[in-house]
Design a protein around this ligand. Sequence first.
Ligand SMILES: [Fe+2]
Length: 424
Amino acid sequence: MNHSVITSPTEIFKKQYEQIRQQTEKICAPLEPEDTVVQPMVDVSPPKWHIAHTSWFFETFILSPHLTGYQPYHPDYSYLFNSYYNSVGNRVQRNQRSTLTRPPLRDIFTYRQHVDNCMTQLLENLDEDKLQELLPILELGLQHEQQHQELLLTDIKYILSTNPLLPVYEKNDNTPENIVATKATFLEVPGGQYTIGFTGEGFSFDNELGVHEVLLEDFRIMNRLVTNGEYLAFMQDNGYHDFRHWLEEGWAMIQAQNLEAPLYWVQQENNWYRFTLNGLKKIEPNEPVCHVSFYEADAYANWTGKRLLTEFEWEAAAQVYPPQTGNFVESGLYEPQPANPANAGLQQLFGDTWEWTYSAYHPYPNFKKAPGAIGEYNGKFMLNQMVLRGGSCVTPANHIRTTYRNFFHPDKRWQYSGIRLASK
Ligand SMILES: [Fe+2]
């Protein structure tokens, strides 16, 4: 019996499209309609807005220019669901997204279905040449949707955490038992010339392009992420009250906001707990510390007498010790997991938490901004943010690469961001 199935590149793309679009709806399935409208801080977008905006992306950049006769689904939706593309026109300000109580969620799902139907129509009528021509923007649409899937989980966690009832997003009992500590060691990475940036086949973002050489000194990289237990030792050693560890901006931030622990940590009767998508959980000392700002990551590193890696050191380490897999969103755990003491190599480079680097998010020397609106995707944000590497437990596994550059302002804590140290 012949089980082989002949699939054309168009059919392969159609399958990916369906799978990724359905995944967004799966992420939103446990939510109540009321959960999808609120915006408890400006960085967080209401889930309803994410669901609409990802459809707007396909409508604006693929259907309108490439499906003959396509008219936008609704004349106002571009104003409502454009995120930041000046080339596309005016929009609701980012901090006003929760004012969109209308259109109701059911209309947003109808909009989504309309876009999917039209995308199917477009894909079914594409010949191979046209597909190849459109593939970069088609793939960008899917990668963009995956970025918003991670943001959805990140934002849902923040939204639910601000509700006094501390709602559980999804109950799971997958937390491993009998956790044993993995001793921190430092693995050598030889100095020398390394090629930085994306050189492979397939998709990459423009910010990974502009491949270039960097010269690195010898350094050593911590074999795993910094744990809750290690971070707690910093807190208990007066870490948040000793200015000597802190950058001036970080010190000002923790003073102004009275910070004494990572985001989501709460103390009850001398025990520390943290809010998770699985409810309030006792702090597990061997799990990686998560939801810290760059300032906290740097202060912790200073306290240990070590330092953070640069993004170039991180990428060089990934060349010397190539990561194979990690705890990504597919595990369904939505929390970083302890390292494995049986594993002698470099662990958790992929998944668990994004790793703050001490590298500013700047264009690579050979970076070229794409023409048109798509040039606004990454390039215009290349100032005053820090690079994070490696993906997290809410990143889709097939979305990450060793050359992937994530970026956030140094004070941000709602992302799944953690710490890895470097040393001489
Ligand atoms: Fe977006």
